[in-house]
Design a protein around this ligand. Structure first.
Ligand SMILES: [Zn+2]
Length: 57
């Protein structure tokens, strides 16, 4: 499996952005800079609210 993308809503400003499920580096909100996901070596730890799972095709 190539890995999924998640549409994550920032808990601070409600911005939504797409985060790779296996992000290798910390993902921050493009609007307010809040951390949305942190790498764990496998699946990223998503800190925001996952609105939608987008499966890779
Ligand atoms: Zn934000």
């Amino acid at each position: 499996m190539a890995g999924n993308f998640f549409r994550v809503q920032c808990g601070d400003c409600e911005n939504e952005q797409v985060v790779f499920g296996k992000a290798a580096s910390t993902v921050t909100c493009a609007v307010c800079g809040s951390t949305l996901a942190t790498p764990t070596g496998g699946e990223a730890d998503i800190l925001g609210e996952v609105v939608e799972t987008v499966e890779a095709r």
